[in-house]
Ligand binder design. Structure first.
Ligand SMILES: *[C@@H]1O[C@H](CO)[C@@H](O)[C@H](O)[C@H]1NC(C)=O
Ligand SMILES: *[C@@H]1O[C@H](CO)[C@@H](O)[C@H](O)[C@H]1NC(C)=O
Ligand SMILES: *[C@@H]1O[C@H](CO)[C@@H](O)[C@H](O)[C@H]1NC(C)=O
Length: 817
């Protein structure tokens, strides 16, 4: 026995388990609970029953979905997973006489979208008492009525159902009438009065009895009415309806005053006893608003709006009563048929807005629910997206659609979408509606700044001001806000061994490039810097560009005269043979200019000379030539001041002086001390020199002759040197010229002067071997013309020194001041 019971329990458990399994698999939940509970009443726990994690309910946006116009009745407590009552539930208002009252809701969970059906079975409680339609029930009984005659009285109704509806009646005790309870086919109970003792109108004209209806609920509720019995002469026949049930169908939205049905009852009696009036009973509140009965004709008409979606069936009773109160009843059932009068409704259940532009195609963006309150085909809805946006609707469960992307989004191309969703039902004619969903695309830092130019170049004249603007670079970034904000900076690098930032700087906001220092064309002519444009995203994106800077020359260097060397206040004297013909090359002025191009294109001019007609200078070659043959009358000492000009704008120049001695023999050279440019002095000095030289020559000749006569007797005289070459002081070996820092030769140095007997023309060997490039920068001459003027003024105190190198056919003559 015990064994049997255990196995039965086991079976029960496994059955329960099986049931639960079905629940989860179907995703359907069913709860039963009484009506009229308080708000917040816990119906059940959804999380437990669906096996869901309570913590995830909120994230999955768990919610009860119902049509927006309908009441919600229940809600989910997302913290506990409890399904709670949200609003008073009145079973009678919801379901009326229906024995089963079930509310159906959808439970929606997102990510992934899940739909569960929730059925709520509302249990009846005995909250309504039985009610008689009238407080006083009038019955007329003929005094000749036999004992045992039955009289039907109006029944009481209790809108509760089952046991809670009317179960019994009780009649105030009296000697004439007793109660007989009868059951009807529909389960209701009505009372009949049975005559126990014959009435005598003369003894008792009327009776007033209290009738009580009792329901079967706990606690029991009651309703009362007074039965007013009038004792009469005979009224034998009650009215009889032509049909027991009148059933009809009419479309919803039927116009007012449409005749729905005509009820008719006949009474076999004559006169007042045969006059039938009709009355509606057991009709719902909504029914009363929709239909009215003509008491005399029995016509039922439409008096209010009919909506299939609100109520599709009306059921009522019609009572027919004759003049003296005999009644009968009939049922009227009115079916309302559906008309396609509801357009589909589109609800946006969730929308991820804005969506980042980098979502992959196929990403779910939102959930859309479409509802149509019509039934059958009129409620079948097709849903689609109208225009060619990169989105589509993917049907999900039931009337749910997922809005998913079909392609890559790019905020820089399209930043907003207006997606129009259109829904059409399959009724005839079909109804449709549309809804526009606005969707924004959020920015992702997916574009690096792009420079407008492939590369940039800037030209700047040297000696620019530090801080001057060189050029500007621009980069564009189409991203949004900080993702598209461009910041410029220099990439580290070196120019001539120094960091690039010591040359130029870039304005981070504007991209304008400034010089940090003054540039010198003679130092470098161009350089490159790399500018980076970076956006402010995280992580930032960047690109770089090369900016080439070209420095252009400005005429900021004067020509430098290399020969005749002006440095150290020393200058050379050229010897010109007396027999030189016109056009002979006498000397050459050599100058360089550190600038380039026009700024270094030099021209030579004689600005002053002792004898203006004697010498000419090649404008570009700097070669000094005699213009005519030297004649005896020409002054022996010739001074030239040569100016060297470059071709810059404005041009710079330098001058030098050149000393020329017309002589075949250095021995003829007089004291050169007085070579000067002072025109007034020079004449006098010349005379003095001539006089001195004449006297000296005379004296020397005299002595030489005497000595010669004496020596010649013994041996032939010997020439010491036969050639010498003039060397610019700058090329003297250090042991030849000890030049002190001020550039003057110390007076303690003595040089012997030697004369050549060889070549007539000067051979400037060093000229051809001179090369600009070998000139060390620190040796460049930086003398202004005024420096030269000074050196001329010092001439009076100069000391002459000649250096002779023992080289055949060449001679040097150096004069040191
Ligand atoms: C979308 O609609 C809004 C308002 O109707 C309008 O302002 C906006 O310009 C539309 N956008 C597009 C991309 O059509
Ligand atoms: C910039 O891009 C990042 C991703 O790269 C994004 O998270 C951020 O929201 C964007 N900023 C703006 C202002 O759109
Ligand atoms: C500059 O950009 C080029 C390509 O545009 C890249 O190859 C190079 O690495 C960049 N240099 C730096 C320093 O970022």
């Amino acid at each position: 026995m015990a064994h049997n019971r255990y196995s039965a329990v086991g079976l029960l458990y496994s059955f329960a388990f099986f049931l639960r399994l079905i629940l989860v698999v179907n995703g359907d939940l069913s709860y039963s609970f009484p009506e009229e509970t308080k708000q917040g009443f816990v119906i059940g726990n959804i999380a437990k029953d669906l096996g869901l994690n309570v913590g995830k309910l909120s994230a999955r946006k768990a919610r009860i979905d119902s049509e927006p116009k309908r009441k919600r009745y229940c809600d989910i407590n997302l913290n506990t997973g409890d399904l709670i009552v949200a609003e008073r539930i009145d079973r009678e208002a919801l379901c009326g006489e229906k024995t089963s009252c079930v509310l159906k809701f959808d439970l929606i969970l997102e990510a992934p979208l899940e739909l569960h059906r929730i059925s709520l079975q509302i249990r009846d409680i005995n909250d309504n008492p039985p009610v008689f339609t009238k407080d006083e029930i009038k019955i007329e009984i003929n005094e000749f009525a036999d004992k045992g005659s039955r009289f039907r009285v109006l029944e009481a109704h209790d809108i509760d159902i089952g046991q809670n509806s009317v179960q019994s009646y009780a009649l105030q005790t009296n000697k004439y009438l007793v109660l007989n309870i009868q059951s009807k086919s529909d389960g209701g109970k009505f009372a009949e009065l049975v005559l126990e003792m014959e009435l005598d109108r003369e003894e008792q004209k009327e009776l007033r009895l209290l009738l009580t209806a009792l329901d079967g609920g706990s606690p029991q509720r009651t309703g009362t009415a007074t039965v007013h019995v009038t004792v009469l002469d005979a009224n034998d026949n009650a009215p009889v309806f032509s049909q027991a049930v009148y059933e009809t169908t009419l479309p919803e939205n039927s116009p007012l005053d449409t005749i729905v049905v005509l009820v008719a009852a006949t009474d076999a009696d004559e006169g007042l006893n045969g006059e039938v009036t009709y009355e509606l009973s057991r009709i719902s509140e909504s029914g009363r608003r929709a239909f009215a009965l003509n008491h005399t004709s029995g016509e039922i008409k439409v008096i209010g709006p009919l909506d299939f979606e609100e109520e599709s069936t009306y059921e009522m009773r019609v009572d027919a009563k004759d003049g003296y109160g005999l009644t009968s009843e009939s049922r009227v059932i009115i079916q309302v048929s559906d008309v396609n009068d509801n357009s589909p409704e589109i609800y946006l259940n969730s929308l991820n807005n804005p969506i980042p532009e980098n979502v992959s195609p196929g990403t779910e963006v939102g959930i859309i629910n479409v509802q149509d309150r019509d039934s059958e085909n009129s409620g079948q809805v097709r849903c689609f997206i109208q225009q060619g946006a990169p989105f589509k609707l993917v049907p999900s469960i039931k009337n749910y659609y997922s809005l998913v992307t079909t392609g890559q989004l790019d905020r820089e191309l399209v930043s907003d979408y207006n997606i129009t969703i259109k829904a059409t039902d399959e009724g005839s004619p079909p109804l449709s509606s549309s809804k526009t969903v606005q969707l924004s695309v959020a920015d992702i830092n997916d574009n690096p700044p792009v420079f407008e130019g492939q590369s940039y170049s800037a030209y700047v004249s040297e000696n620019n001001k530090p801080g001057s603007t060189l050029c500007s670079v621009t980069a564009r970034d189409p991203d949004w806000r900080q993702n598209g904000t461009v910041i410029y900076s220099l990439l580290p690098g070196e120019v001539n061994g120094a960091p690039v930032s010591s040359y130029v700087s870039v304005n981070g906001d504007t991209g304008v490039i400034h010089a940090v220092r003054s540039f010198d064309y003679e130092q470098f002519r161009s350089f490159k810097v790399h500018v980076m444009a970076r956006d402010n995203g995280s992580p930032p994106l960047s690109s770089n560009v090369t900016v080439s800077l070209f420095i252009s020359d400005v005429n900021d260097n004067s020509p430098q005269i290399l020969y005749p060397a002006a440095e150290g206040n020393s200058f050379m004297t050229e010897l010109i043979p007396k027999a030189a013909h016109g056009g002979s090359l006498v000397s050459k002025v050599i100058a360089v200019d550190a600038d380039s191009g026009q700024n270094a294109w030099l021209s030579y001019h004689i600005v002053k000379s002792t004898d203006p007609g004697l010498f000419t200078i090649g404008v570009h070659s700097g070669e000094i030539r005699t213009q005519r043959d030297i004649s005896e009358s020409d002054n022996m000492k010739q001074n030239l001041i040569v100016s060297v000009k470059d071709n810059g704008q404005p041009s710079l120049s330098a001058t030098c002086s050149m000393y020329l001695l017309i002589s075949d023999n250095l021995a003829e050279v007089p004291e050169l001390k007085d070579i000067s440019y002072d025109e007034k002095n020079s004449k006098l000095t010349s005379y003095l020199i001539i006089a001195l030289v004449s006297v000296s020559t005379f004296f020397l000749t005299f002595i030489i002759i005497i000595l010669g006569v004496r020596f010649c007797r013994r041996r032939k005289p010997r020439l010491l040197f036969d050639g010498a070459v003039a060397i610019p002081s700058a090329y003297l070996p250090p042991n030849y010229a000890d030049v002190d820092p001020t550039g003057t030769l110390r007076s303690t140095y003595n040089y012997d002067a030697y004369l050549t007997t060889g070549s007539r023309t000067s051979d400037f060997k060093f000229v051809s071997s001179y090369n600009d490039n070998t000139l060390p920068a620190d040796q460049t001459l930086r003398k202004s013309p005024s420096d030269f003027v000074d050196s001329f003024e010092d001439l009076e105190a100069s000391v002459e020194v000649g250096i002779v190198e023992n080289t055949p056919n060449r001679y040097h003559f150096l004069r040191v001041c």
